[in-house]
Write a protein that binds this ligand. Structure first.
Ligand code: FAD
Length: 474
């Protein structure tokens, strides 16, 4: 019996897909990367996952673990030139296993969609704070494996800071049960941190214990126009001084980015007329009027100091949702308007304006016809810097590959010069594996190679992702 037939006989009905039934699982979110696979498996339990992994290990097949396929670096789908692997999708593992509001923890299957976990937490009067534009599709295993950030990192940290325990199927099929719901546990190496951000290269996350927080009862949300990114930084400093921990969101975008969101899906008009726009949110347990007054006072002082041009505070939930729709609409607009070369860099928060200045000048100098679109989680130092070409200019490019490399080099050199990182929250995937090799400290890269060998000696877990395939076993 061949492997798909063998697994079909072991697993629940419909758990193995072949041929055209696989097509949806082969394409990344951008629609730019399509590889092939031997077959797709859809396990329902951790034991199913272990059985699939053992069978693939025995047959010498590589595995690509897959969540909601919203990753932006081509990590969750096979690459075009790769030896076809087996895709293991967690999408049928969607149970909320347990919720303990007093302990502030929730135990979930890795295939749970992020927004379902957020809703379950709210139903228990708690908050799971990781929030991002893809939250209606991305899975818990996916956000753990990419250590996703999003719009609340300023206050609650990245996914890493919100994971207490994990259950993982290792590359030989053993199940590691690390589902501890503890704030303090110094019993040996903190294994869970090996798998967070590992992009499926060390094992398959099947379950997680996530940290819950108090659910804020009030929000105050503002859309603010500023003339300059330096002034945005001053405003951030002001809000941190006067609002402290209540400041949960401080997101920046340029006018070009906002215009493309509105052009792509005209949900609402621009709330302000300015070169730079900020979405700011405060949240806490106090009365809504108190929070709005605090924000109003801070913005009033900023206006008097000449830091801001215009500010609109949301008067109700609909207005707040509209502001957020503009922010969350950036990814879709960037996928559909022109041909975007995206970068996801981070620098110290205080260096964001300097990064924007130097990167913009270098891009304008090299590609005068390109448009620059910026959307930044400015409060945590993360800048999504896009260089956009019209479809006509892009299709007439004689060296698109060379242009991609040139843009990437400009971005990453500018970030490096400020002590930054070439990948803030989207990870390495297949796309940036060369970049990791060339920009890593030698001892750091060799340590990653050794770590990979310890967990995955035969290199079958998501080969070519994070470490280049020929670096994995050397
Ligand atoms: C509209 C949009 C907005 C976004 N906004 C943000 C943002 O603000 N911040 C941010 O950080 N990211 C953002 N992202 C990208 C983000 O990385 C993904 O949304 C998410 O983290 C990936 O989850 P996923 O379930 O889709 O994983 P996939 O894309 O399916 O996989 C991503 C990686 O995780 C691995 N993986 C998936 N599940 C498992 C598992 N169970 N065990 C082991 N490995 C696994 C895959 O092999 C792959 O390496 C955005 C993406 C989109 C499309």
């Amino acid at each position: 019996m061949d492997l798909p037939a063998q697994l079909s006989s072991l697993l629940p009905a419909g758990a193995v897909l072949t041929g055209d039934d696989m097509s949806a699982y082969l394409q990344d979110w951008w629609g730019r990367q399509t590889g092939s696979a031997l077959f797709v498996t859809l396990p329902k339990t951790t034991e199913d996952v272990a059985a699939i992994v053992r069978a693939c290990a025995n047959a010498g097949h590589a595995i690509v673990p897959q969540g909601g396929r919203t990753g932006l670096t081509g990590a969750g789908v096979p690459g075009a030139g790769d030896r076809p692997p087996v895709i293991l999708s967690l999408s049928r593992m969607r149970s909320i296993r347990k919720i303990d509001a007093i302990n502030g923890s929730i135990d979930v299957d890795a295939g749970c969609v992020l927004s379902d976990v957020q809703s379950a937490a709210i139903a228990a009067d708690r908050l799971f704070p990781v929030s991002l534009g893809a939250e209606g599709s991305c899975q818990i295993g996916g956000i753990i494996s990419t250590n996703a950030g999003g719009t609340n990192v300023l206050r609650y940290g990245t996914t890493r800071e919100n994971v207490l325990g994990l259950e993982v199927v290792l590359p030989d099929g053993m199940i590691w049960n690390g589902m501890k719901a503890l704030r303090k546990d110094n019993s040996g190496y903190a294994l869970r941190h090996m798998f967070i951000g590992a992009e499926g290269t060390l094992g398959i996350v099947t379950g997680a214990v996530l940290k819950l927080h108090s659910l804020p009862k009030a929000h105050a949300t503002a859309w603010v126009g500023v003339s300059d990114r330096e002034l945005a930084l001053r405003l951030l400093n002001r809000l941190q001084s006067c609002c402290g921990e209540r400041l949960t969101t401080f997101e920046l975008m340029n006018a070009e980015q906002l215009a493309s969101v509105i052009a792509h899906r005209p949900v609402v008009a621009s709330p302000a007329d300015a070169a730079w726009h900020l979405l700011i949110e405060l949240a806490d347990m106090s009365a809504p009027e108190f929070l709005s007054e605090m924000l109003l006072a801070a913005l009033g002082a900023a206006m008097n100091a000449g830091e801001i041009l215009d500010a609109v505070i949301a008067q109700n939930g609909i207005q707040r949702d509209n502001f957020w729709a503009l922010r969350h609409g950036t990814a879709d607009a960037n996928r559909n308007v022109g041909h975007l070369l995206p970068a996801d860099i981070s620098v110290p928060v205080s260096a964001v304006p300097q990064f924007l200045n130097t990167a913009s000048a270098a891009v304008r100098n090299r590609f005068p016809g390109a448009q620059i679109v910026v959307v930044s989680h400015m409060g945590d130092g993360n800048v999504h810097f896009g260089v956009r070409f019209s479809h006509r200019d892009w299709s007439s490019h004689d060296d698109p590959g060379g242009t991609e490399v040139a843009v990437r080099t400009i971005m990453n050199d500018c970030a490096d010069a400020l002590g930054g990182s070439f990948t803030a929250e989207h990870g390495i995937g297949r796309k940036l594996a060369d970049e990791l090799r060339t920009r890593s400290d030698e001892a750091g890269y060799q340590s990653m190679q050794r770590l990979k060998k310890v967990f995955d000696p035969h290199g079958t877990m998501n080969p070519g992702c994070v470490l280049r395939e020929h670096d994995q076993l050397s």
